[in-house]
Design a protein around this ligand. Structure first.
Ligand code: PPS
Length: 572
């Protein structure tokens, strides 16, 4: 910013200087190596560039990283509980040196920032897992699983120079940066602002709880839901934001502001809550509502115990209030008291009062079965959004994933089902038989474990798109390994039904049939790594349906699948 001779600040000149600098950065960057960031990394980069991660001005170097792990502070003593480093693969690490510049791009190769590398090192992931998450067991904690399985094995630290914030085309008006929220709060005359962070759908009880917290603290509310990690075509994302937009309308005027946050959650419980508190402070909040099970990987999972002890997150955020300068407000559970037709804090409920609630599992069931959702529980506008996004099972798409040995009856079953579904004319149907896929989608793949898994992941991706758009995907590959089957289940069940059918026909029967003569060739050593003969087949862990076609006809096998689909509400 320059001072003109009249003593006033000349903003136009300052902007010009800024744009010139960006242009020259971009020019220089043409000679730098570059990497395209994944969604997770883009979230971190956006919050580094927009200063939500203040005081960080880039990725942690090794000294800061070590201190963050051990003491939850940077090398200079500033509180910072979560390591923010750029993870890269070994090859990229080998090509970089300290002092090098690296261009950071989005998924389309659009340049967003220049990183001047100050440190490159191989982190001890076990230590990071133990200190940040409290365990190094990948089965116990999804954050640890992500660290081990999805993050590169090398880290780089260094200063960032921003060229552009990641580009978003959706909900631009509520993607507020910290400087924009500060400005908004000041213009509204808000001095006390209560930050509320969420990833969940909000209903009446949440609204009552947030409003009560604001009233008690004498402040206004900054509702900051998390968005950003989902596939851009994921309907869930839009439903979430539309629901938040509806719920905001239920608060008194000029009391609440909505801003989306591209935070890549670590699900690290207390540490994450403290991190979020610092971020909320950077957005201009004076208070922060912390849940009993804040950032727990299993928060609101009815069928899974929480990983962190209850209230641990609240305790930690409170302990650090003097250093973070943001006050912790414990989230209060509100329940609906029928006799009084109103919500009240759970701790104030007396034994003779009739309390009502609907769990998230029950809400899901009511949506799936098209049942009533009462107005005391949620607002009609929110329910309408949810009904649009989660239609009853009878109009959802689904995938029937048939896995089993060659000759076990997969293709025959898939073909009978195809004909039956086409006859019914309810939903569009697509057959992804092993042979068809190998010819059209995976022609370059061989039968190594890696290529088989890639083949199954591709099938899963196509099936997820079909399911998302309300169709039926019939998949019939051998799919001999559990990991890609599990990944497909996770991906597809987000969009509709996933029905795994295990063809348990014994190998002796398959081999006896040997319609393609492949078993004979495999036994003679003419086909290498043939499933069941010289390559393993791991049966599915928890299939919805198991069928042995030794004694039953294809029509009977198809009938079993039909009965299951009717019983589960996918077919009427
Ligand atoms: S996988 O493992 O799921 O990727 O296999 P898939 O894509 O279903 O392909 C299986 C069909 O390929 C033929 N074939 C082999 N199968 C198993 N192992 C080896 N080495 C192999 N080589 C070729 C075989 O005809 C399979 O078809 P189906 O319909 O199962 O008999």
């Amino acid at each position: 910013m320059a001072n003109s001779s009249s003593g006033t600040i000349d903003y136009s000149e300052s902007l010009l200087v800024h744009f010139r600098r960006i242009e020259s950065l971009k020019q220089d960057a043409l000679s730098y190596p570059s990497i395209d960031l994944n969604n997770r990394q883009l979230c971190d980069l956006e919050l580094l560039l927009n200063r939500a991660f203040f005081p960080l001005n880039g990725y942690l170097d090794r000294k800061d990283y070590e201190r963050v792990l051990e003491e939850m502070q940077l090398a200079d003593g500033t509180v910072w509980p979560i390591p923010i480093c750029l993870d890269i693969d070994e090859k990229t690490a080998g090509s970089l040196n300290r002092g090098d510049c690296l261009a950071l791009n989005d998924g389309e190769g659009f340049m967003l920032a220049i990183l001047t590398v100050s440190d490159i090192w191989q982190p001890d992931k076990r230590r990071e897992a133990l200190t940040v998450y409290g365990t190094d067991d990948t089965d116990l904690h999804p954050g640890v699983r992500r660290l081990y399985e999805q993050c590169g094995s090398w880290y780089i630290g260094g200063r960032l120079e921003g060229i552009s914030l990641p580009i978003h085309y959706d909900f631009k008006e509520i993607r507020l940066t910290p400087s924009e929220t500060h400005k908004k709060f000041t213009l509204n005359g808000w001095r006390k602002v209560i930050g509320f962070h969420t990833e969940a759908y909000l209903h009446c009880a949440h609204k009552e709880m947030i409003q009560k917290a604001a009233r008690d603290a004498g402040g206004c509310i900054f509702l900051q839901p998390v968005v950003g990690l989902d596939h851009p075509g994921n309907l869930d994302h839009y439903t979430h934001v539309h629901c938040y937009q509806e719920i905001v309308k239920k608060f008194p005027k000029n009391m609440i502001s909505l801003g989306l946050s591209p935070l890549a959650s670590r699900q690290a419980g207390p540490r994450e809550a403290l991190w979020q508190a610092i971020i909320k402070k950077n957005y201009g909040c004076s208070h922060f509502i912390v849940e009993t099970d804040h950032a727990d990987p299993f928060a609101s999972h009815l069928d899974h115990e929480n990983f962190y002890p209850p209230h641990a997150a609240q305790k930690l955020v409170r302990e650090y209030e003097d250093k973070t300068f943001i006050k912790m407000i414990p989230a209060m559970k509100m329940v609906y008291v029928e006799d009084q037709a109103q919500y009240m804090p759970e701790q104030e409920v007396e034994s003779e009062m009739n309390v009502k609630s609907i769990s998230s599992g029950e809400l899901k069931r009511r949506l799936e079965e098209d049942l009533e959702i009462p107005e005391w529980f949620s607002y009609p506008e929110v329910v309408a959004e949810l009904r649009r996004a989660f239609p009853p099972r009878s109009s959802q798409g689904f995938t029937v994933f048939i896995s089993g040995l060659s000759g076990s009856g997969k293709s025959t079953l898939a073909k009978v089902l195809l004909v039956k579904f086409l006859e019914m004319r309810g939903r569009p149907v697509t057959l992804l038989d092993g042979d068809i896929v190998r010819r059209n989608l995976s022609s370059e793949l061989n039968f190594s474990r890696e290529h088989r898994n890639l083949n199954i992941t591709r099938i899963g991706f196509v099936a997820s798109e079909i399911t998302k758009n309300g169709g039926i995907a019939l998949c019939a590959p051998i799919a001999p390994f559990e990991e890609p089957r599990r990944a497909n289940r996770e991906l597809i069940s987000r969009y509709g039904g996933y029905i795994e059918v295990y063809m348990a026909t014994p190998i002796e029967v398959c081999e006896q049939r040997d319609r393609k003569g492949l078993y004979a060739k495999a036994r003679a050593g003419k086909i290498k790594a043939f499933t069941g003969v010289s390559d393993p087949y791991t049966p599915p862990v928890n299939p919805e349906i198991t069928i042995d076609t030794t004694e039953i006809s294809p029509a009977e096998a198809a009938q079993e699948v039909f009965l299951y689909l009717v019983e589960q509400g996918y077919l009427r």
